[in-house]
Ligand binder design. Structure first.
Ligand SMILES: [Zn+2]
Length: 303
């Protein structure tokens, strides 16, 4: 067995181990998990014959303190020293450092006591609120609109971070700039040019949208007398629109009514269905999508 830094090809295997072991934060999709790994100083795997047996993640300054945040071992490899090897490797050689962790069940407490941990008389903690959303702004808006964690989980909605690095890719009829992340913008221009070469004109209806703008849209619809469930069937709650990511675009083509399912009858849609994947764009909300949105043949996202 070898314990070493996790490699990108092992991210999904580690995420699946955590999910199976009941972890419920920052592991619901690969993107979220990779953001977590990128922000952690220690992320190690135990491997044998190319198989990931276990994973550990820790946050540390490397000098004085460290926090062991995640340890998981595949059920069929427990009791074989995999967990101990991971935790020892994460903590490193220095005995001067203080390491802390959270453990609630007896098995885990016994496991860590064998590694030199004692139950602390000095630790204090403010535990994270699992019902809170990642952004304080989204939390406040959720209260305003009566959007609960239960509703979000039931719908399988994903919270998107608002993109900050954006470039203009054009303007709409009212002169408002369409903006995308630099990578999505580059992919969009490539796709638009390729479509034009095939005689298909692709136009952006909508690109990046801020959380505040999404809130305005929801507020206006509610103000016009629509019920919340009616609004949310077509429109994401603020914080949960893929447009916040700066990677999503709503597309149309001359002669088509924007944002109507009939877009799927156009030559532009046929072209996108065949070629968009080549440019890294996928249709996010097909019929029967897992987030419970209405069919949106016009909405494509760069991944
Ligand atoms: Zn859209």
């Amino acid at each position: 067995m070898l314990v070493r830094a996790i490699e990108p090809s092992e991210h999904e295997a580690a995420r699946c181990l955590l999910l199976a072991a009941g972890w419920d934060r920052a592991v619901s999709n690969l993107q979220e998990f990779q953001a977590l790994l990128a922000a952690s100083q220690v992320a190690l795997v135990a491997v044998r014959d190319g198989q990931v047996l276990g994973f550990v993640r820790a946050i540390t300054d490397g000098l004085t303190n460290g926090y062991i945040s995640m340890v998981v071992v595949a059920p069929e490899h427990r009791g074989q020293g995999v967990g101990s090897a991971l935790v020892r490797a994460a903590m490193g050689e220095s005995r001067r450092m203080t390491w802390v962790l959270r453990a609630s069940d007896d098995g885990a407490i016994t496991f860590y006591k064998k590694l030199g941990f004692t139950q602390s008389a000095v630790a204090l903690e403010r535990a994270g609120d699992k019902t809170a959303f990642a952004s304080a702004q989204v939390d406040t808006l959720a209260v305003e609109f009566g959007i609960t964690r239960e509703l979000v989980d039931h719908r399988g909605l994903l919270e998107y971070q608002e993109a900050t690095d954006l470039v203009a890719v054009g303007v709409n009829s009212e002169g408002r700039e369409h903006r995308l992340t630099p990578a999505a913008a580059q992919a969009w221009f490539g796709m638009q040019t390729a479509a034009a070469t095939d005689g298909v004109e692709l136009l952006i209806v909508s690109a990046f949208r801020s959380v505040a703008r999404q809130a305005e849209i929801v507020r206006r619809k509610l103000g016009a007398g629509q019920t919340l469930s009616c609004v949310l069937a077509l429109c994401a709650p603020p914080g949960f629109s893929e447009h916040h990511s700066g990677r999503a675009i709503d597309l149309t083509t001359p002669g088509s009514v924007p944002l109507e399912p009939s877009f799927d009858q156009t030559a532009a849609f046929a072209w996108l269905s065949r070629h968009a994947g080549t440019f890294g764009f996928r249709m996010s909300y097909p019929v029967g999508n897992t987030q419970g949105f209405a069919y949106e043949p016009w909405h494509w996202c760069f991944k």
